[in-house]
Design a protein around this ligand. Structure first.
Ligand SMILES: Cc1cc2nc3c(=O)[nH]c(=O)nc-3n(C[C@H](O)[C@H](O)[C@H](O)COP(=O)(O)OP(=O)(O)OC[C@H]3O[C@@H](n4cnc5c(N)ncnc54)[C@H](O)[C@@H]3O)c2cc1C
Length: 496
């Protein structure tokens, strides 16, 4: 029997995982990618002797990678490092950083002004744990065939969590803690969803449980891009061909079936099934021209913040610097509330710094540091012009140097700045949004663009803007869900 051919559009983590899962199940898989190498946002840049991870620098739910390899009958070739402390938080009006430990006794010592911190944190995390485990399989890790099946799934979640659907994460934190530092630090997880604690529902306090109790945070020995390298090796063993510099721009169809996808050079690629790893909402609108995803409608959807990233190769070893660091000002509520809908660059930006040379010495030449700086900024709907990118980068680097007491500006050996415009053009991220569609209750589960196309019977989607959502482990789950969807559809076809 000839194998069914699957064409995967995009070699991001979602595309690579789906390709591997399907190849292992006996499909003939081919991947097309617009960039010159695989990984999507999980990419790599080599410059002047430094090797930079482009996007992700750590992840939670590390066991999802174990599941991926196990289900493909492969011993997990990746080695993970657990982060301890999870991260350090610097406030502009405080002299020393707060170190965030999983051990609550140790963490309590960081917050002497929060009376009974350990007790309060235990209570807060117990509720968050409840939400995580009560929704993990019932809501998150599953496919939906209709809104009715979603309503049924929601009805199976204990009612005690319902109030958290109607309040935001910040007010939930206010009801548990009194000091501003604790509230701000616990609310940083909202930014991992690409939003602020003021527009993130309180149910996402479950992310505090995943970081502080459940699985913590991990990175990969040898750098995050090792994930892509090992996937490419496994795909090669399965005979999966990847063609780069190939962007799909249009399609051919007949009777609600896609008969080919056409690239920018005018070449049409034909398969039995198509899995789209490009953004699930934008691709429906821009390529398939679906009315529900017209530019006007896409612009009205909620998108996550855009990344403004800086890659720095720095001479010398910076003392007392942790692997993951947040640099915040002293006006968190006002900053988070206003800055992301502004049309100008922030004057006193809040940002995240990852020193990858701490865990991965090969990422920098001897006696040098490799710094990745991420500043969440408004997406291109709000701030279109990024001609001021180098100025904003200078501002951030000067501020960082002052705050850690190291003259980074004058010790910089190499630098690359990537504003939202470049994130958009490199990976087709809609309006430069870094994490794809946001995760408000109107855009999750059955309300998120589905992993099966509404019109074309042989088209599926995987990745951050379809189910379940964004982040590396969640995208790995997305690849499992789309594989299950395809297998279920084919089973139904056979029995029909
Ligand atoms: C700056 C930044 C930092 C992040 N940090 C973290 C982190 O620390 N931890 C974490 O868990 N997550 C993090 N994330 C989120 C994580 O990177 C994403 O959720 C995940 O990588 C998305 O994978 P994906 O496969 O859905 O999409 P992508 O990685 O975007 O892959 C899609 C691929 O499709 C290609 N493509 C698009 N359109 C076409 C087309 N028309 N034709 C052909 N190819 C096309 C793109 O070039 C791309 O390679 C971060 C994201 C960003 C931007």
């Amino acid at each position: 029997m000839t194998k069914q051919k699957v064409l995967v559009v995009g070699a991001g983590l979602g595309g690579l995982c789906t390709a591997l899962r399907l190849a292992k199940k006996g499909f003939a898989v081919e991947i097309l990618e617009k960039h010159h190498q695989a990984g999507g946002r999980l990419n790599q840049i080599k410059q002047d002797g430094f090797t930079f991870d482009v996007g992700p620098s750590f992840f939670s739910m590390s066991y999802e990678f174990d599941e991926l390899f196990k289900s493909c009958n492969i011993a997990n070739p990746l080695s993970f490092n657990e982060l301890d402390p999870l991260y350090a938080v610097y406030f502009s009006d405080k002299t020393k950083p707060y170190l965030i430990h999983k051990d609550l006794k140790k963490l309590a010592l960081e917050f002497p002004n929060e009376k009974d911190f350990e007790l309060k944190a235990k209570k807060y995390l117990a509720a968050a744990k409840g939400i995580f485990h009560d929704t993990e399989y019932r809501i998150v890790k599953r496919n939906y065939n209709s809104l009715f099946s979603y309503a049924k799934a929601l009805a199976s979640v204990p009612l005690k969590h319902a109030p958290k659907l109607f309040k935001n994460m910040w007010s939930e934190l206010e009801s548990h803690f009194t000091t501003q530092e604790v509230k701000v630090i616990f609310s940083l997880v909202a930014f991992f969803l690409g939003a602020t604690p003021f527009d993130t529902p309180a149910v996402y306090s479950l992310l505090n449980y995943t970081e502080l109790e459940h699985d913590g945070y991990w990175n990969v020995q040898g750098g995050m891009y090792k994930i892509v390298e090992v996937m490419l090796k496994e795909l090669q063993k399965e005979g999966v061909k990847i063609t780069y510099h190939t962007e799909i721009v249009s399609y051919e169809s007949q009777n609600q079936v896609i008969t080919g996808l056409t690239d920018k050079q005018g070449h049409t690629h034909v398969a039995d099934l198509y899995v789209i790893n490009a953004d699930a909402a934008a691709f429906r609108g821009k390529i398939f021209k679906q009315e529900k995803f017209s530019t006007e409608k896409l612009d009205k959807m909620d998108w996550t913040l855009a990344p403004f990233t800086i890659y720095l190769g720095v001479k010398g070893k910076i003392p007392n610097f942790y692997h993951h660091n947040y640099f915040l000002g002293s006006n968190f509520n006002e900053y988070a509330d206003k800055i992301f809908k502004s049309s100008v660059a922030p004057e006193k930006p809040y940002y995240y710094v990852n020193v990858s040379s701490v865990h991965n010495p090969d990422s920098a030449p001897e006696n040098c540091e490799n710094l990745f700086i991420l500043c969440p900024v408004p997406d291109l709907r709000y701030k279109k012009d990024w001609n001021d990118a180098e100025g904003l980068a200078d501002n951030i680097v000067a501020d960082l140097g002052k705050r850690i007491g190291y003259d980074i500006l004058n010790q910089t050996l190499t630098r690359k700045v990537m504003p939202p415009t470049e994130w958009e053009s490199t990976f087709n991220l809609y309006r430069g949004s870094g994490l794809g569609l946001a995760h408000g209750l109107n855009q999750v589960a059955a309300m998120r663009p589905a992993n099966k196309d509404e019109k074309y019977k042989n088209v599926y989607y995987v990745g951050a803007s379809t189910v379940p959502g964004t982040g590396l482990p969640i995208v790995v789950i997305s690849s499992r869900l789309v594989q299950e969807r395809i297998e279920q559809d084919l089973k139904e076809l056979v029995t029909a």
